[in-house]
Design a protein around this ligand. Structure first.
Ligand SMILES: NC(=O)c1ccc[n+]([C@@H]2O[C@H](COP(=O)([O-])OP(=O)(O)OC[C@H]3O[C@@H](n4cnc5c(N)ncnc54)[C@H](OP(=O)(O)O)[C@@H]3O)[C@@H](O)[C@H]2O)c1
Length: 260
């Protein structure tokens, strides 16, 4: 295949690296995005060695900072076929970004939002461009009056669930907006994989990173999903998303995110 380009965020993490490897195996050029340059380089070298695909690049970007996402986008100048929003953080105690935004909301929600905003222009006019938002079935409890959990006690698992609900809602909001530009936006649960993120939450995990990457990769590349948008999948199966039905809430969340 003539090289098509993809970006995977959180790409030296458990699931992200397996997604990046899977895309490399399918012949895509893969841009690994993450915040630690040494870990990015190591992951790129590993993927090149295993797959034999030498079209692996990396970009150091802290996704909880809008200015860094914008600078990342400005550094790119080629069409983008696949964007996998995957990076997420689950600090055990409440943290804020240098800009004063609660860390999980900034990384897990706004990170996806800004990546989509800044990168979708590179996807316009392509035959089959897809944005895959790695979300979770572990989702719920979002309070649109307090998206940064400023009130009450910080519990990293509760905050994480709210963020994953937001990922699913914003997938629908972007799907509606990007449909006319022929860009698909799909959300999925990956697998339950032991990682820094899941260990912080006390969840552990029993699936391999490759198993965890299977549904995100399928969403990104399966020919049978061409043209599908706004849908949510678990284990390669569409699941009706209970959060997507509340159109007013979806639009309210989108408007909230736009203000950051
Ligand atoms: N593991 C599971 O069982 C499970 C289940 C459902 C959904 N998910 C979803 O799957 C995705 C991947 O999770 P994972 O389990 O693979 O976790 P992981 O191994 O901890 O990977 C998360 C990645 O995100 C990166 N990241 C965090 N904050 C960042 C920032 N500000 N800027 C750039 N990169 C940042 C991390 O980099 P650092 O190491 O530098 O922090 C790491 O590479 C997440 O969206 C998660 O919600 C996972």
């Amino acid at each position: 295949m003539k090289h098509k380009t993809s970006i995977v965020t959180g790409s030296y993490g458990a699931i992200g690296k397996a997604v990046a490897r899977g895309l490399a195996e399918k012949g895509y050029k893969v841009v690994l995005a993450g915040r630690d340059e040494a870990k990015l380089r190591e992951a790129a070298e590993e993927i090149i060695k295993i797959t034999g695909n030498d079209k692996i690049e990396f970009a150091a970007v802290d996704l909880c900072r809008k200015s860094e996402v914008e600078a990342f986008a400005k550094s790119r100048n080629e069409p983008l076929h696949i964007l996998v929003n995957n990076a997420a953080a689950t600090p055990r105690s409440r943290e804020e970004t240098p800009g004063g935004i609660e860390m999980q909301f900034a990384t897990n929600v706004l990170g996806y939002f800004w990546m989509t905003q800044y990168f979708h222009p590179f996807m316009e006019g392509l035959d089959d461009a897809r944005i895959v938002n790695v979300a979770s079935y572990w989702a719920g409890g979002l309070d649109l009056e307090d998206v940064e959990t400023r009130n009450g006690i910080y519990d990293n698992d509760d905050v994480y669930r709210r963020c994953k609900q937001a990922n699913r809602m914003l997938s629908v909001a972007f799907a509606n907006r990007l449909k006319e530009k022929n860009i698909s936006v799909l959300a999925c649960h990956p697998g339950d994989v032991r990682s820094k993120l899941s260990t912080n939450l006390g969840h552990g995990g029993w699936e391999s990173p490759a198993q965890g990457a299977d549904t995100p990769l399928w969403c990104a590349t399966a020919p049978e999903l061409k043209g599908e948008t706004g849908k949510y999948y678990e284990h390669r199966t569409e699941v009706k998303c209970r959060f997507a039905a509340d159109e007013k809430a979806v639009e309210k969340l989108f408007a909230i995110c736009q203000r950051y």
